[in-house]
Design a protein around this ligand. Structure first.
Ligand SMILES: Nc1ncnc2c1ncn2[C@@H]1O[C@H](COP(=O)(O)OP(=O)(O)O)[C@@H](O)[C@H]1O
Ligand SMILES: [Mg+2]
Length: 224
């Protein structure tokens, strides 16, 4: 191998790169100053490489979730660029974004509100497997059991609804849904802040274990 090829092979792969990303909201109020501009995010830039963990830390209201939502293309930035897996996705439409969604997942703070309360745990785990065709149809049940075991739960939970599980168990289900698509990177938006302190450590340990076992990269959001 030539020296230049060696150098290229060593270069860590950039999974997320954001450049001068901003989001303004215009809010209408009554009174003399009717139009207020809220700078939810102002010119944030960072790069996350494969197998790293990057912490995005800030006070409540500092724009962390807005940044995560822009990276996931759930909201459109006002300014700046977003690159995923080396590709500029800032202006691509949903049909071109959909195939990339398998490789980037998000875990929210409130597991219960992120999941349909009318679906059983089994159905909630089958959903991402079906959407992204992760395993053949006849292997889906086996895969659901494997996911439950990866997050420290048993197949017995499959027939329950989110309301029948504890906060920590629901967060484990949300994590299982995120890893179901075998993503490369997971955005963890305050994944333990809504949990009892005694459970927070268990979920953080689970995320640490999964990172190693599944070769994951994390953008880890936390409040100061
Ligand atoms: N849809 C919206 N319309 C107006 N203001 C918003 C909207 N979403 C978020 N904001 C404001 O943007 C700021 C950043 O919010 P957010 O990203 O949720 O912060 P964090 O996740 O760091 O707590 C806050 O002041 C919030 O009130
Ligand atoms: Mg937030």
């Amino acid at each position: 191998m030539k020296e230049t090829q060696k150098a290229a092979a060593k270069q860590p792969e950039s999974l997320i790169r954001i450049e001068n990303l901003s989001k303004h909201y215009i809010v209408m109020k009554t009174g003399p100053t009717r139009k207020i501009v809220i700078d939810a995010v102002k010119k944030i830039s960072f790069e996350l490489f494969a197998n790293e963990s990057l912490g995005l830390i800030g006070e409540s209201g500092s724009g962390k979730t807005t940044t995560a939502n822009m990276i996931m293309k759930m909201i459109q930035p006002s300014e700046g660029r977003i690159h995923l897996f080396g590709k500029d996705i800032t202006d691509i439409d949903e049909s071109r974004m959909r195939p990339l969604r398998k490789d980037i997942q998000i875990i929210f703070q409130h597991a219960r509100s992120a999941m349909d309360p009318h679906m059983t745990i089994g159905e909630l785990l089958r959903e991402p497997l079906n959407i992204h065709h992760i395993v053949p149809e006849k292997k889906i049940d086996e895969e659901v059991n494997r996911l439950l075991s990866l997050v420290g739960l048993t197949p017995a939970e499959k027939h329950k609804f989110p309301s029948q599980l504890s906060g920590g168990q629901n967060q484990r289900i949300l994590i299982a849904r995120a890893i179901a698509t075998r993503p490369r990177v997971i955005v963890c938006d305050e994944p333990v802040s809504a949990l009892d302190v005694s459970v927070q450590g268990q979920i953080l340990n689970l995320l640490k274990k999964l990172k190693q076992e599944l070769n994951l990269t994390y953008l880890f959001i936390s409040t100061i």
